[in-house]
Design a protein around this ligand. Structure first.
Ligand code: SF4
Length: 380
């Protein structure tokens, strides 16, 4: 088939998690294959695609204001906001030409061609939205398009059905789906042949990976055994699905990068229950203890939300003290913001902005001092 020739320049602006980073890489590859040029200079672009995040209000606000500022002729929205708002995006931002959901990204080159046909005639102006696919074809994960020549993100699961009370992911990414282990291993082997030596297995909840008889432990062991691979890691882990058996297996995986991101979110059992996290403070601390005993020189990071609805000073102190006790290597701290459609949106967002800021700062300062002491010890 003759490839259509276009010299249109596309700028892809990525917000949010590593899953979006990987999706932008894939869509950049698909568009290049269709004759578009990918540019990293927004001002030079004819087309801008925002790969969006709905996890926090702040991330969405950034997109709304960037749409207002952009001079690009064609504007598209992909990622979680596309699934969260669908065609309502056109009402809120009439400049937007197309909206493509997280499982529909392979349609973008064809959508762009269609929009371009109509763009110069106001009478034929067309808005397109595609947000209803149930799943992605495996080849969209496994495209071979890579920007980084040494490290690759490899998607192993997508979606989540844990329904943490504050989180929009189950609504925008759908139920958990695990990719075929064979296909994942094939993809990594091709990456290795292309010179990549380090990989990160990606998913909203990697520990829940299960494809036929293969679970996450087996997948990690198989990845570890791949010839030519120097190092592997994974994000993100859910404490309730993280086990001592996993640590045992990882301790024997020579290529594991010894890094665990284990979001605790709160140190208060009452808040953890309201958040629907499925573990207690004690369970989490026990997990950390086992990780540290079993993974030599293991590093550990976490996510924390402050100001969750009804979080009292006592709840906050529980979180503060947990951080002091665990001494994370890094903590990502967020002020709670309401996400429409989630369970927590039914609770009153009753912690004042200034109070959220105070708690946020206290934890950031604590973590800074922990990191400083740890670094000083390392350098001695
Ligand atoms: S585990 Fe919870 S926080 Fe993580 S993606 Fe699923 S619902 Fe969201």
């Amino acid at each position: 088939m003759k490839k259509e020739v276009t010299t249109k320049k596309v700028f892809i602006r990525t917000l949010g998690c590593q899953m979006n980073v990987r999706d932008s890489e894939v869509i950049g590859g698909l568009l290049s294959k269709s004759g578009y040029k990918i540019t990293d200079i927004e001002e030079k672009a004819d087309i801008i695609i925002f790969n969006t995040c709905s996890v926090r209000q702040h991330a969405e606000d950034k997109v709304w204001s960037a749409i207002g500022r952009t001079k690009a002729k064609i504007i598209g929205i992909m990622g979680c906001m596309a699934n969260n708002y669908r065609e309502a995006i056109f009402e809120k931002a009439p400049k937007v030409d197309f909206v493509v959901g997280t499982r529909d990204i392979a349609k973008i080159p064809a959508i762009l061609k269609e929009i371009e046909k109509h763009k110069d005639s106001p009478l034929l102006e067309k808005k397109i939205y595609e947000t209803d696919a149930d799943f992605r074809e495996d080849e969209i994960y496994h495209t071979g398009f890579r920007l980084d020549k040494e490290h690759a993100f490899v998607v192993i699961t997508e979606g989540c059905e844990n329904y943490c009370a504050y989180c929009v992911v189950p609504y925008v990414r759908g139920a958990l789906r695990s990719r075929s282990s064979q296909d994942i291993l094939e993809e990594i082997k091709e990456d290795i042949d292309a010179g990549i030596t380090r990989i990160t297995l990606l998913g909203q909840n990697v520990n829940a990976y299960k494809y036929q008889d293969t679970d996450f432990i087996e997948l990690a062991q198989e990845v570890n055994g791949l010839k030519g691979l120097k190092e592997f890691g994974f994000i993100t882990s859910h404490p309730k699905d993280t086990t001592v058996d996993l640590f045992k297996a990882l301790a024997e995986c020579r290529k594991f990068n010894n890094y665990l991101h284990l979001p605790v979110q709160s140190g208060s059992d009452r808040v953890l229950k309201l958040m629907n996290r499925g573990y207690t403070r004690e369970f989490y601390l026990n997990l950390v203890d086992n990780y540290r005993k079993m993974i030599k020189d293991g590093t550990l990071s976490t996510d924390i939300i402050v100001g969750f609805p009804s979080e009292t000073e006592v709840d906050f102190q529980d979180t503060f003290n947990l951080i002091k006790e665990v001494e994370f290597d890094k903590a990502y701290v967020f002020k709670y913001s309401v996400r429409p459609n989630t369970k927590a949106a039914e609770f009153a967002d009753n912690i004042e902005r200034q109070e959220k800021e105070r708690r946020h700062k206290l934890i950031l300062d604590l973590q800074k001092s922990i990191s400083r002491t740890k670094n000083a010890k390392k350098n001695n």
